[in-house]
Ligand binder design. Structure first.
Ligand code: FES
Length: 153
């Protein structure tokens, strides 16, 4: 069963854009796709609600790499609100299509993008209210909160 990726999808797979971690990121999301075990992380730097820089790291299949690359290209330069309107369909369209068995891969990057924006908004709020002073404190608060939930349920 050969998968027929489009030229553009193959091109993004062999030459993915925006790979790595944004140095001074102020939003970070990480999503695992339960069905296949692939994981995608998105970091971004937002200024005046505009996504100025965005990068991804993915542990996953060719489809996950191509679609995550596409997500970062689509989100770059958009406002947070605009970026949240992006759907997995936009990603598939951007790549000129995806093999049917690979369509779910596009969800990975989109979900990680959304989470990174929510995380940015949370971080901004905590900064503004003086509850955290930097990213390290932010990560610690999130970890403690999640641990509280985990202990409870
Ligand atoms: Fe899981 Fe592609 S097979 S993301």
């Amino acid at each position: 069963n050969s998968l027929s990726y489009t030229e553009k999808a193959l091109e993004h797979f062999s030459n993915p854009r925006n790979v790595g971690v944004v140095k001074d990121f102020n939003g970070r999301g990480e999503i695992g796709e339960i069905d296949c075990g692939d994981v995608c992380e998105v970091t971004l730097f937002v200024e005046n609600e505009i996504i100025k820089r965005i990068k991804f790291r993915v542990y996953g299949c060719a489809g996950a790499i191509a679609t995550s690359s596409a997500v970062t290209e689509l989100a770059k330069g958009k406002s947070c609100e605009e970026a949240l309107q992006l759907t997995d369909n936009d990603v598939v369209e951007y790549l000129g299509g995806l093999p049917e068995q690979k369509k779910h891969c596009s969800l990975l990057g989109i979900r990680a993008l959304k989470q990174s924006i929510y995380d940015y908004w949370l971080y901004k709020q905590l900064l503004e209210t003086g509850q955290v002073a930097n990213r390290a404190e932010h990560e610690k608060i999130k970890e403690d909160l999640f641990q509280q939930f985990a202990d409870k349920y």
